[in-house]
Design a binder for this molecule. Structure first.
Ligand code: FPP
Length: 262
């Protein structure tokens, strides 16, 4: 993706002592960064605040990371906002999150327009409350022709359900005789996932120190590098993103082979 060097330098000016944009190779950035945004509730609790306050701060963190990724020229950013399991949370919190998603999207649409961001959703958005669903569809339609970064928000997303859905779509094509069983390969399966328009993530960031995948992108993360930080999501900012990228760039990716240093 195209990168505006001047805007990039400005966004990453006044760095902390341990990291700066010069520590990152801009030529070797991942094409897809994915994030499990965890710890909003604990962030709020630690400050004696309501969990809702944590989610509101979480939105601010997401905004900063979206902007940072646009400045860096990252092609694809995805983030886990609401899982198929999250419906089990207290109704009040679910309602609040649905309202927050809709109001955030309305507020941030001008940013997406200005920064040429294309929005996609991972998950079954048809099953969301009408107002949230309609707002999401408006966001999809209004950003569909943008050619800059693709931002994928996973909402009502579960990876196993996504894979079952892909199996059904493929089975329907076999049943209709439009493909044969021999045509089923990894590329075909990938093309039936919500992430069809994106490459697999090269870097997965998870905040709040949890070492779990939580039913997130199980197929797509097969060869992804993980970066886990103890920071709660509302505290994760542009410098943390650079720290994650520095860690990623310091690794050797072998994809099951033996690599170059052996
Ligand atoms: C995890 O914290 C975070 C969430 C469940 C929601 C994150 C959502 C956003 C930041 C907004 C996304 C915006 C749009 C437009 C989709 P948690 O509640 O699991 O925290 P805990 O583990 O400490 O309880």
């Amino acid at each position: 993706m195209e990168r505006n060097e001047e805007k990039l330098r400005l966004y990453f000016s006044n760095p902390p002592e341990d990291i700066s944009v010069d520590d990152i190779s801009l030529e070797a950035l991942p094409k897809h960064i994915s994030i499990i945004m965890d710890g909003n509730g604990r962030w709020a609790k630690a400050r004696g605040l309501d969990r809702s306050q944590g989610h509101k701060e979480g939105v601010k963190a997401l905004r900063e990371i979206i902007t940072a990724c646009v400045r860096l020229g990252i092609d694809n950013l995805s983030a886990y906002a609401f899982s198929t399991e999250n419906w089990r949370r207290p109704q009040r919190e679910v309602d609040l999150l649905m309202h927050l998603f809709a109001s955030t999207l309305v507020r941030e649409l001008p940013l997406f327009e200005r920064e040429n961001v294309r929005l996609v959703f991972l998950g079954d958005i048809e099953a969301l409350p009408a107002k949230t669903r309609d707002t999401f569809k408006k966001g999809l339609a209004e950003t569909a022709s943008n050619t800059g970064m693709t931002l994928a928000l996973a909402v009502n997303y579960g990876s196993r359900a996504e894979i079952v859905r892909a199996c059904k779509l493929i089975a329907q094509e076999v049943a209709a005789d439009s493909i044969s069983i021999e045509d089923i390969d990894q590329d075909l399966v990938s093309s039936k996932l919500y992430t069809a328009s994106m490459p697999d993530p090269e870097l997965l960031i998870r905040t709040s120190g949890e070492l779990r995948l939580s039913n997130y992108l199980l197929w797509q993360l097969a060869y992804t590098e993980f970066y886990v930080t103890d920071k709660m999501w509302p505290d994760f900012g542009r410098w943390d993103l650079l720290r994650a990228l520095r860690s990623y760039q310091g690794r050797e990716r072998r994809f099951g082979g033996v690599g170059t240093s052996k």
